[in-house]
Write a protein that binds this ligand. Structure first.
Ligand code: ADP
Ligand code: MG
Length: 606
């Protein structure tokens, strides 16, 4: 097959690699080999001679003799055509194929075909290509040698070849997969995906190796760092110390896991070689600025840059913190380290821009991203082919948050709870699905509900995603509010230390990751807290299991688990499942093995 033709077919199949092709498995098999024995219930192929024909109009019965077995078998045609009548005349020989059964004591074969070509076992594929095209592709590329060259080992190679070339390998072909086969397919799928990711990775030399010490900063802290924080700072220090390769690392940890200390440690290591930090909101940027001023050694000059004002002189600062306003400075000084906090709240372009602003030719700044969106461990293992990943799975202090699914009948009890919290000068957040009334959603909107709360309580504040004054409302609420009504869109960047209760209305409509983000708002300072998932739905195992854990990483796994089982989230069935065999919620060990295999190949120089 011509390479250009193969390329066209690969594109049509929307695949890129040889293993993508090998993983397109047959949807069925056509077995026209002569059957060795007669088995009722199966589609079988026999040599047969016509003895006599009984023609009853539409229905026709043909008595065959199976020469090899010396038995008779009746062929039944329910819709006989002139073709059948001409074909099956007494005395003629055929190779017939059809489903074997029994009628009374008679062996019977239903609507048999007379085959011209027989004696083969062929794989059939369901693809946008013609049968001959996919066949040619498979024959050309899915060869034993190619599969070994791709890095597979004999069990994997044999398993794949058996599917595509059953005749050569197995007596019987089947599209049922046993556990051992599934495992192999999962492995090949994981391995193929990892290789693709790895081939996408591009590394650049760093502007500078940063070898300052974080120790003075760490010793000056009013608390001791958690083991996780220390480990990640170690990862980061090792990255920053290289000049041959600019760091590319993603640090992922739940809200409250203490990522800021990692940011500050990195800034301390960079020292006078200057670092930049971008945060998604001005509240957050200011908070980071204040923490930097408080904890970093005083010889490091820190500056804050926002759309509506600055603090410190950024042109001469060692550590420049800002919002996306940083992207619009035309006199940003050179920097050797770039960091982005809450990276998922920026677009890809924005994130790349900051890095580009301080790149110098081939040389790139070290680049660290921070994310509060935990991903399943398996996914982190995969992603780490593209960027290094550090996970922070513990928090500095044990959070005490009680989570509970509640319904309409629990409302009086909820009000009691809210009142007792308010009496202790604590705050309450109630999250509604919508701002305005809608017939689509069987819950109250903020507009419908606010009257109820405002009539009963002082200090009720309202905001939502499209609210222009959101930040101001939040700051006022933090100071003097009691109850905040909001929508899910409010990604509160600021900490609300007195917030002890969150009520999420219509919780079953939300993904677990969103629920987790929302729940992360309460109990940030170790105060005993409550998260109520309000739902009209009958019973939800998904929500119940959410209530049993507070680990973002476990929740990410549960999220996958329930998505895979076709749960309806946020009103739509989650699609975009990337893998046919691999289950990221369960197959950690397989991903680990696939990574190890890839690692071996790397060191062999393969
Ligand atoms: P994140 O950015 O991961 O959501 P932060 O860095 O804002 O979390 O940390 C949350 C809170 O925990 C902050 O008030 C911070 O000062 C505090 N903190 C961080 N690390 C520790 C620690 N090792 N011991 C005690 N408190 C800590
Ligand atoms: Mg943070």
């Amino acid at each position: 097959m011509e390479t250009s033709e193969a390329k066209r077919l690969f594109e049509k199949l929307k695949i890129r690699t040889l293993l993508d092709l090998a993983l397109i498995l047959p949807s069925s098999y056509e077995d026209t080999r002569l059957s060795g024995r007669i088995e009722e219930g199966k589609i079988q192929t026999f040599e047969a001679r016509v003895l006599e024909v009984e023609d009853r109009g539409a229905q026709m019965k043909v008595r065959f003799e199976l020469s090899r077995f010396r038995v008779q078998m009746t062929g039944v045609f329910f819709r006989a055509t002139p073709y059948h009548r001409k074909l099956f005349t007494p005395g003629t020989h055929h190779v017939i194929r059809g489903k074997v059964g029994r009628f009374r004591q008679w062996l019977q074969i239903t609507q048999p075909q007379s085959l011209k070509h027989y004696g083969t076992l062929l794989a059939r594929y369901k693809t946008p290509l013609k049968e001959s095209e996919i066949r040619a592709l498979i024959d050309t590329y899915v060869t034993e040698q190619n599969l070994y060259t791709e890095g597979l080992e004999s069990l994997e190679v044999q398993t794949l070849l058996r599917f595509h070339f059953p005749e050569r390998y197995a007596l019987e072909a089947s599209t049922d997969y046993d556990d051992a086969t599934r495992r192999v397919l999962k492995f090949v799928e994981a391995y193929n995906h990892l290789r693709k990711l790895r081939s996408k990775r591009h590394d650049y030399p760093a502007i500078k190796a940063l070898r300052g010490s974080a120790e003075p900063f760490i010793r000056g802290l009013p608390f001791t760092l958690t083991e996780d924080q220390r480990r990640v700072i170690g990862d980061v220090a090792a990255d920053l110390g290289r000049r041959d390769r600019a760091a590319k690392r993603m640090i992922i940890g739940d809200v409250g896991s203490g990522k800021t200390m990692v940011i500050l440690a990195a800034a301390a290591i960079a020292g006078k070689d200057r670092s930049l930090l971008m945060a998604p909101t001005s509240i957050l940027a200011r908070q980071l600025y204040e923490e930097a001023c408080k904890h970093l050694p005083s010889d490091l000059r820190v500056a804050l840059v926002m759309q509506n004002g600055q603090e410190g002189e950024y042109r001469h600062a060692d550590f420049i913190i800002g919002t996306h306003a940083l992207l619009y400075l035309d006199d940003l000084p050179p920097a050797a380290l770039v960091m982005v906090d809450e990276q998922h709240r920026f677009g890809t372009k924005q994130r790349a821009m900051l890095e580009a602003m301080v790149s110098r030719g081939e040389r790139r700044p070290h680049y660290l991203q921070f994310s509060a969106t935990p991903i399943p461990r398996t996914q982190a293992m995969m992603e780490s082919e593209l960027v290094e990943v550090s996970l922070i799975t513990s928090t500095p202090f044990e959070k005490s948050v009680h989570s509970q699914v509640i319904g309409r009948k629990d409302f009086p009890r909820l009000l009691q709870h809210i009142e007792s919290e308010l009496a202790q000068d604590h705050q309450v957040l109630i999250v509604y699905p919508l701002v305005e009334e809608s017939s689509e959603i069987p819950y109250q909107s903020i507009d419908e509900a606010r009257g109820f709360w405002e009539k009963r309580y002082e200090g009720v504040y309202v905001t939502h995603g499209r609210d222009r004054n959101k930040e101001e409302v939040l700051l006022n609420f933090r100071k003097e509010g009691r109850i905040l009504l909001a929508t899910t869109v409010i990604e509160v960047g600021i900490s609300l230390p007195r917030l002890t209760t969150i009520v999420i209305v219509g919780a079953e409509r939300l993904g677990l990751a969103t629920l987790h983000q929302l729940r992360g708002r309460v109990g940030r300072n170790g105060l005993e807290s409550w998260c109520y998932l309000y739902t009209n739905a009958e019973k939800s195992e998904r929500l119940e299991r959410f209530c049993e854990t507070t680990s973002g990483f476990e929740i990410a796994r549960l999220d996958l688990l329930y998505r895979n089982s076709g749960d309806i989230l946020d009103g739509t069935i989650q699609s975009g499942q990337k893998f046919r065999w691999l289950d990221l919620a369960e197959d950690e060990e397989i991903v680990r093995q696939a990574k190890a295999r890839l690692g071996e190949r790397q060191t062999e120089g393969g």
